[in-house]
Design a binder for this molecule. Structure first.
Ligand SMILES: Nc1ncnc2c1ncn2[C@@H]1O[C@H](COP(=O)(O)OP(=O)(O)O)[C@@H](O)[C@H]1O
Ligand SMILES: [Mg+2]
Length: 326
């Protein structure tokens, strides 16, 4: 089945497991309607997001996958209100996003912790304004427990590992009690083993605090193990104005089969992985340790990647090629 043919189904949030009693605000639906974002460049206006129409169900985990520079972070910034669409609108629940929106919280690839504060104090910075001291202390303790940092509460960021710092960053984002959690390549700087642990942790966190999650990643496997759906973005082709499909940011929206936690070796996932990589311009023969022997078949419903989407040197992992690795 091609990417474009996959049927749509309602989101199925993860089943709560060992969920501590915490008090997140209710997850919200995110709706993007005809969102365009054009930037002024010396060469003239450049469309980075074009005609994005997307509804993300409350409590769903959606991965936004695409090559470096295709507009993933720009998309996330529109939802957070850190940036504003040139045209189109974004709703959280029934209300439009205008400016930085405190129903959202963002975590980035770098943990961005204040070095002179302890881990607990950094997490505390995420609390909504007006939180009482005692409620804040209880909430911080709860979140540190959730991300496994209770014993490190009084350490400074330089005293903890990259993975621990990133867990603190996640806890700080959760401290805002976001209805929508926005994650921009949150595990991208971590070693492979730590990244796998963080992916598990994200599922535990989501089960405990089932916010809507938008996860930007260029790691196909990460998208496959974590997401209910994958939004595959393409670099907008400025020459494709007359061909609406090439001029749209969203190449495909794919339902990921199977309940989480997922088995990396699942044959259906492996086939989808090959298909996704193919759609992203990575030939199947270098697509990494796929668990099926599925022959490389071009996905006929996925337009061939634009030149800027395609790596000149094929990578040996399931990461989408980046400008750096290309
Ligand atoms: N404020 C801006 N002004 C001009 N160009 C921008 C701005 N923000 C992003 N871009 C450009 O938009 C494109 C997409 O950027 P980004 O969303 O960061 O990509 P990704 O996160 O997919 O790697 C890039 O070519 C980037 O240079
Ligand atoms: Mg980015």
């Amino acid at each position: 089945m091609s990417l474009a043919e996959r049927p749509s189904r309602p989101a199925s949030p993860a089943t709560p497991a060992q969920a501590p009693a915490v008090h997140a605000q209710a997850a919200q639906t995110v709706t993007l309607r005809h969102v365009h974002r054009t930037f002024a460049t010396p060469a003239g206006p450049r469309a980075v997001l074009a005609d994005v129409d997307l509804t993300i169900t409350a409590g769903e985990i959606v991965a936004v996958l695409g090559t470096s520079g295709c507009g993933k972070s720009t998309l996330l910034r529109q939802v957070s209100g850190l940036d504003t669409p040139s045209t189109g609108e974004i709703l959280i629940g029934e209300t439009a996003v205008h400016g930085v929106d405190d129903r959202t919280a963002v975590a980035f690839q770098e943990p961005r912790l204040l070095p002179w504060r302890t881990i607990a104090q950094n997490v505390r910075l995420g609390l909504p304004r007006g939180t009482s001291k005692s409620a804040g202390a209880a909430r911080v303790a709860e979140l540190l427990e959730l991300v496994g940092l209770t014993a490190s509460a009084d350490l400074r960021p330089r005293q903890v590992s990259g993975g621990m710092a990133q867990r603190a960053s996640l806890a700080r984002a959760l401290a805002r009690n976001p209805a929508v959690l926005l994650l921009d390549e949150p595990f991208g700087a971590l070693d492979a083993l730590t990244r796998l642990k963080m992916q598990d942790l994200l599922l535990t966190v989501h089960a405990a605090e089932p916010t809507t999650v938008v996860l930007v990643t260029h790691d196909v496997d990460e998208a496959l193990v974590l997401a209910d759906r994958i939004v595959l973005l393409r670099t907008v082709d400025p020459a494709a104005d007359s061909a609406p499909d090439g001029a749209r940011s969203v190449r495909a929206v794919i339902d990921v089969p199977g309940a989480r936690p997922r088995d990396h070796a699942d044959a259906e996932l492996a086939a989808l992985r090959t298909e996704l990589l193919s759609g992203l311009g990575v030939p199947a023969r270098v697509a990494g340790p796929s668990h099926t022997q599925a022959p490389h078949t071009p996905a006929p419903h996925v337009a061939a990647p634009a030149a800027s989407d395609t790596a000149s040197a094929a990578p040996t992992t399931s990461h989408v090629p980046t400008e750096e690795s290309a």
